[in-house]
Design a binder for this molecule. Structure first.
Ligand SMILES: [Zn+2]
Length: 306
């Protein structure tokens, strides 16, 4: 796949498509849209709240809602939150551990920045992530193979354009690979991180999938940056569907539960309805990792077929 996420055409398909395109244009028709290659909707929760009493009831409600809707979700769990809310996380993990609707992954222990121009040394990052993985295993959440990259809001300097940018960021990716990480945000120069599945073959890690990340709830749901949150998410679904682009939606446990006080998870129900009506398939990140065709064929600078 090329960086825009479209499957490369064989020469024969290319010729046929060009001919069809020219024919439809000459008839004054709009040229046909590309076929949807992966109309996928990825709901994720970064579970990182350290507000223990306020978060009470979140896991039970969320599990009930996702099961009743049959909508999968991926949970990137922060070590510090697991430590503080250990009994809640232990119960949650025991409840969903063998349910494929729920994918349990990690978000570092201390919300440390990966991919910044300053920030902690690779050794400190490794120790922090190892600590978080060990805690997640101890609480019954299994060994993570995925990490979502925390944002650190200026503390670590500027966010780099990708893991390819510096010696340090390349070493961070190597470190993650050595811990068994097989999926992390799409984070590469020249690639749209919000829409594209990639692999990190050009950095020596063809086994690692980059997953699209975006639509963080802080902006569209809490700050209502784009107006009505439902209108915004619906526009994402409507725009991306015909283009075959995936729609990632990133929730935080405390944004939904505390900040916007959505105790019925109505926003999740809305996305489930809207996404299904638009023909989207809901998937966990782990499912995407297993569908290797989604990301293993990705090439950074694809050559036109000859
Ligand atoms: Zn976070």
């Amino acid at each position: 796949m090329n960086p825009s996420g479209k499957t490369l055409l064989t020469r024969r398909e290319f010729v046929a498509t060009s001919f069809l395109g020219a024919a439809t244009l000459s008839l004054g028709m709009r040229s046909p849209l590309p076929p949807p290659t992966h109309r996928l909707l990825l709901i994720r929760f970064d579970t990182e709240s350290r507000q223990k009493p306020e978060m009470s009831g979140f896991f039970e409600k969320m599990v009930a809602v996702h099961r009743s809707l049959k909508i999968p979700a991926t949970f990137f769990c922060l070590g510090a939150a697991m430590e503080l809310r250990a009994s809640e996380f232990r119960e949650f993990f025991a409840e969903v551990r063998n349910d494929p609707l729920f994918d349990l992954q990690n978000h570092t222990y201390s919300h440390l920045g990966l991919g910044y121009d300053h920030g902690q040394s690779v050794e400190v990052l490794r120790a922090d992530i190892e600590r978080s993985f060990a805690l997640q295993e101890r609480l019954g959440g299994g060994r993570p193979v995925g990490v979502s990259m925390p944002g650190t809001g200026g503390r670590d300097g500027n966010n780099l354009p990708g893991f390819d940018a510096t010696e340090k960021s390349r070493a961070e990716l190597d470190m993650l690979a050595s811990l068994g990480v097989r999926m992390i945000n799409t984070f590469h120069s020249g690639v749209d991180a919000g829409k594209t599945f990639i692999n990190y073959g050009d950095l020596g890690h063809p086994e690692i999938m980059g997953f699209p990340s975006g639509n963080a709830d802080n902006s569209w749901l809490r700050a209502r940056k784009y107006g009505d949150p439902r209108d915004y998410i619906l526009s994402q679904i409507k725009e991306r569907g015909p283009r075959g682009e995936p729609v990632p939606v990133m929730f935080h446990d405390d944004t939904v539960w505390i900040d916007v006080n959505d105790r019925n998870l109505d926003i999740v129900r809305f996305i489930a309805d809207a996404g299904r009506q638009a023909g989207f398939e809901f998937v966990t990140h782990r499912e995407c990792l297993q569908r290797k065709a989604l990301w293993q064929n990705f090439q950074l600078n694809p050559q036109m077929p000859s």
